[in-house]
Write a protein that binds this ligand. Structure first.
Ligand code: UP5
Ligand code: MG
Length: 192
């Protein structure tokens, strides 16, 4: 008997587009498990004795992307530990390395339902992240230098992955410039 596959929705969009905010609301209303790849990496970085701490730290400050072996292992471990079946995977896959590594390791174990894509202009996203930094997020990448690099990576490395999924008919695009509840009304229709 084949084991049931994990159901996965990838959640993508620029830095500060509102991925985490909307995921929290989806969890509340539809009972998914939210796994933010960035949160898992920050958690791993914070562990004393993590052999990857410095490497992760460097990538986050520079807005570059941690090798898939690390991120994929964190995601798979979190999926197993949750003992649940439906996952929002937020902020992943971000580049070709992520895409290929995930498919190789997790492709057969997962069923990709769709890709939830939040579009939001650079200026709006940047302001949200700067405000969050000013409010004391403690994130080492909520500053203008890191944000420029995060956007470069997003445009150059992540957009091609979104376009690839788009060509397979898997992308559900949501305008993320509006207020949180308006956005969530539209998001809800995709999960209902
Ligand atoms: N906010 C949210 N929605 C709003 C709305 N509709 N109107 C007004 N304000 C709104 O929101 C950001 C801020 O905006 C918050 O203050 C929120 O209140 C407000 P949030 O929901 O946090 O947006 P999100 O899209 O989750 O932004 P985040 O900064 O988390 O996105 P990133 O994609 O940049 O960050 P992530 O944590 O995913 O990745 C960080 C880094 O980790 C990457 O740059 C990379 O270096 C590394 N990484 C990898 O290497 N590999 C991975 O797989 C993942 C990450
Ligand atoms: Mg986030």
């Amino acid at each position: 008997v084949m084991a049931a596959k994990y159901n996965v929705v990838f959640v993508l969009g620029g830095p500060g587009a509102g991925k985490g905010t909307q995921c929290a609301k989806i969890v509340e209303k539809f009972g998914y498990v939210h796994l933010s790849a960035g949160d898992l990496l920050r958690e791993e970085r914070a562990k004393s004795g993590s052999e990857y701490g410095e490497l992760i730290d460097g990538h986050i400050k520079n807005g570059t992307i941690v090798p898939v072996e690390i991120t994929c292992r964190l995601l798979e471990r979190a999926m197993k530990n949750s003992e649940k079946n439906d996952f929002l995977i937020d902020g992943f896959p971000r580049n070709k390395n992520n895409y290929e590594g995930w498919n190789k390791e997790m492709g057969d174990k997962t069923d990709l339902k769709f890709v939830l894509f939040f579009t939001c202009p650079l200026e709006v996203c940047t302001q949200r992240c700067l405000d969050r930094g000013a409010a004391g997020s403690g994130r080492t990448d909520d500053n203008i230098e890191s944000l420029k690099k995060r956007f470069d990576t997003y445009m150059n490395a992540t957009m091609p992955i979104i376009e690839h999924y788009e060509s397979k008919g898997l992308v559900r695009t949501i305008d993320a410039t509006r207020d949180v509840d308006e956005i969530f009304d539209e998001v809800s229709k995709l999960f209902a």
